[in-house]
Design a protein around this ligand. Structure first.
Ligand SMILES: [Zn+2]
Length: 423
């Protein structure tokens, strides 16, 4: 049984919309006040407090007139929100995966989570084109896919284009895919977004780049427009819609790419993306990547920095679903500096980004920078699993055969299939 996630668009009626606006507001209030309280409490007393502590504060707060509206909000929303914040802090402190939790803005995507009461939900959480959400009643929904199980929890969200979605994780049995022979090393490169060890270059998402450009133009316009003017509001709405569309494109693009890779390869090797490094050095500037892409700057990073993590995440869970092996190699592994010719151990001292193609002084092989890096990543990954026994060895064999017998991408080597022939 694997956890599979679904996302459906739904269409609340007027009353439901009003309710949702209140709920979103309440959640923001709880999240933000709790976050501020926590941070201040720590600054002043050097002691950390949890969501449970704040829950008590909240009960006390409700007694006062300006906050009495909180009584009308289902208490589960606050509880869930505080739980989520606890989790966010835990992630920040323990796993060092993410940055410090941020305040929620009403201009961004809104979301709340509902626990589904299993007793109520069991038989009738969906009926025809309806979904029953606690605290909201039945909502009209498009079942674009057909989930088999019953969700324990649903997340209701409103994106910046004004669309409502409900997402749910459902435990389902997933059929693994029939095994294939190939192994892929993936280089998260620069000029193209990704290169595979077989020479396939994942094309740049051009439509995404175009929209990014439009977004930049609109943001410049917004900056020029007068505060509180109608035109400014209009621009802001357009920006919101564009943001949502960019998110759609990116999601779809990532899925296309990862599904293709998973379908065609049995073993997939990629660099371990250090998310911690990214968030730590990209503080205060969301668009700039940090350490992880450090030696890979100068690319269209506004798109790539977001997608890298997502692509890795999708590859990981899809590999798990479909019975593929995913290997991560150390992100400090010098994949672009090493020569990938079997038997050659040349390592360059430096490999500046502008060098797209280079000749190994030891074996004279001509390398395409990204393909060479991807092959190194693949071999390193296979080396790391080789001691596991026969399976590893077999993989390694078929892999080293496969290295240069591939058809190389349009950006070709000058010499016909270089390395092995020269050896
Ligand atoms: Zn060499």
């Amino acid at each position: 049984m694997k956890q599979k996630s679904y996302r459906f668009r739904f269409y609340p009626n007027k009353t439901q919309k009003k309710l949702l606006t209140q709920y979103f507001g309440a959640k923001r209030f709880v999240w933000n006040t709790c976050l501020a309280w926590r941070s201040n409490f720590y600054k002043e007393n050097k002691e950390s407090v949890t969501g449970v502590d704040y829950s008590r504060e909240l009960t006390w707060l409700k007694k006062f007139e300006p906050y009495s509206w909180l009584k009308e909000i289902p208490s589960s929303i606050a509880t869930q929100c505080l739980r989520d914040q606890d989790k966010a802090f835990k992630k920040f402190f323990k796993e060092k995966e993410t940055g410090y939790p941020k305040f929620k803005s009403r201009h961004r995507q809104q979301s709340i989570r509902f626990q589904m009461d299993q007793r109520v939900v069991m038989n009738n959480y969906r009926a025809g084109s309806l979904l029953k959400i606690p605290g909201l009643g039945k909502v009209k929904i498009t079942w674009s896919r057909n989930p088999i199980g019953i969700p324990k929890m649903v997340t209701v969200s409103l994106d910046t284009a004004g669309r409502y979605f409900v997402s749910m994780g459902i435990e389902e049995a997933i059929q693994t895919k029939p095994p294939v022979e190939k192994t892929a090393g993936i280089d998260l490169g620069t000029l193209t977004s990704m290169t595979l060890s077989d020479g396939y270059e994942v094309p740049n998402p051009r439509h995404l780049l175009k929209r990014k450009y439009q977004l930049k133009k609109l943001q410049q316009r917004l900056a020029r427009q007068q505060k509180d003017s109608n035109r400014r509001t209009k621009t802001r709405v357009r920006i919101g819609k564009l943001h949502a569309r960019i998110a759609d494109c990116r999601r779809e693009y990532c899925h296309q790419v990862t599904t293709k890779i998973i379908n065609e390869n049995q073993v997939i090797v990629l660099e371990d993306l250090n998310v911690k490094g990214m968030t730590a050095s990209s503080k205060g500037n969301k668009e700039k990547p940090g350490k992880m892409v450090k030696q890979k700057s100068g690319l269209n990073r506004s798109i790539l920095d977001v997608s890298f993590g997502e692509i890795a995440r999708q590859l990981e869970y899809k590999a798990d679903w479909y019975g593929r092996t995913l290997i991560k190699v150390d992100r400090y592994y010098p994949s672009s500096k090493l020569c990938s010719t079997p038997g050659c151990d040349y390592k360059a001292d430096k490999m500046p980004l502008k060098i797209r193609e280079w000749t190994c002084p030891q074996c004279q092989a001509v390398h395409d920078r990204d393909i060479n890096a991807a092959i190194n990543i693949k071999n390193e990954g296979l080396r790391s699993i080789a001691p596991a026994g026969m399976k590893g060895l077999q993989l390694r064999d078929s892999a080293s055969e496969g290295v240069y017998s591939m058809t190389v991408s349009p950006r070709n080597y000058d010499q016909p299939n270089s390395c092995q022939e020269r050896l």
